[in-house]
Design a protein around this ligand. Structure first.
Ligand code: ADP
Ligand code: AIR
Ligand code: ASP
Length: 269
């Protein structure tokens, strides 16, 4: 406890070193404070509690799954890319008035976020027909819609995330009518902003999945992630797929595609 009795001024050099030590100690304390117990391990991320009840740490993994976990693999470097990309995009959305769970990027794979109660709906916005939409309605991938569409899946792995309408979501008490309206409004606004950002990167935003959550005050914020795992991104000139479909459909060049979209986004903003 000798520092309690230290009152004199240190020489400049010592002051600098003391300052550096203090900064390092604070950084360590911050790290210690932040990562407590693992609350959850999902298919792509782990979630940890922190000393702050309202804050969580999400840690992005390189693990990849598709078709409700039936196909499994690894995409080298994916965790770091998805972490950085999701954080950049959420910060851009915040600037446009979209509330998100993002607090601060801690390191390459970990981000501090606001704890939310996830609304168990996968909110899917589409600008162009692809994936399950093209299959379900028997249209070719690439059909450009006159206006964006929205659909919901019930986020429930045991049931295979079934398609659900807003009446069913309310019947199951997954969200209130007001919450669903707010989610729709935010999701379409997010689409406009993301389309613009990706267009500036020479990338077409085909479709994507969002998750929303409730903060402790009940307000709705964008949570989870926005990345090539959760968006279909096509090169605007060639139509080449630059997202997780390369993994889902065994197209090869998965890592290169993730690196390419990350590079373009970094250069654009
Ligand atoms: P999954 O659960 O689908 O396998 P992940 O591997 O991405 O998905 O795991 C991350 C989990 O954390 C998801 O279930 C997601 O809904 C949840 N989540 C994302 N953001 C937050 C947040 N801010 N607060 C609480 N949970 C969150
Ligand atoms: N998605 C849906 N569930 C998980 C994810 N990541 C995303 C896909 C795609 C969009 O939702 O990445 O961008 C629509 O997917 P699908 O398979 O319904 O066509
Ligand atoms: N990640 C989900 C799964 O494992 C959906 C997908 O991205 O294809 O099934």
């Amino acid at each position: 406890m000798s520092f309690l009795f230290f009152t004199g001024k240190r020489p400049a050099g010592q002051q600098k070193i003391a300052g550096q030590q203090k900064a390092r100690r604070e950084a360590d304390e911050e790290e210690d404070m932040e990562k407590k117990e693992q609350l959850y391990e999902g298919k792509a991320k782990k979630v940890y509690s922190t000393d702050e009840q309202e804050l969580l740490i999400v840690e992005y993994k390189d693990d990849a799954t598709a078709f409700n976990g039936q196909k499994r693999g690894t995409i080298a470097g994916k965790g770091a890319i998805n972490n950085r990309m999701s954080n950049l995009l959420m910060q851009l959305l915040e600037k446009e008035g979209v509330p998100t769970h993002f607090v601060r990027e801690l390191n390459e794979r970990q981000t501090l976020v606001k704890r939310v109660e996830i609304v168990p709906l996968e909110v899917i916005i589409r600008n162009i027909a692809a994936g399950s939409f093209a299959k379900r309605y028997g249209v070719s991938e690439g059909l450009i819609f006159d206006e964006p569409t929205i659909e919901f899946s019930y986020k429930n792995d045991e049931l295979g995330d079934p398609l659900i309408n807003s009446y069913h979501a309310r019947a199951l008490k997954l969200a209130s009518a007001e919450e669903i309206e707010r989610i729709k409004e935010l999701a379409f606004a997010i689409n406009e902003k993301l389309r613009e950002i990706w267009a500036g990167c020479g990338v077409t935003l085909v479709d994507f999945k969002l998750e929303f959550g409730r903060l402790h005050d009940g307000s709705i914020v964008l949570a989870d992630e926005i990345s090539p795992d959760t968006c279909r991104l096509w090169d605007s000139a060639s139509g080449e797929k630059l997202d997780k479909d390369r993994f889902r459909r065994d197209l090869g060049g998965v890592e290169d595609a993730y690196r390419e979209v990350m590079k373009r986004l970094r250069e654009h903003i």
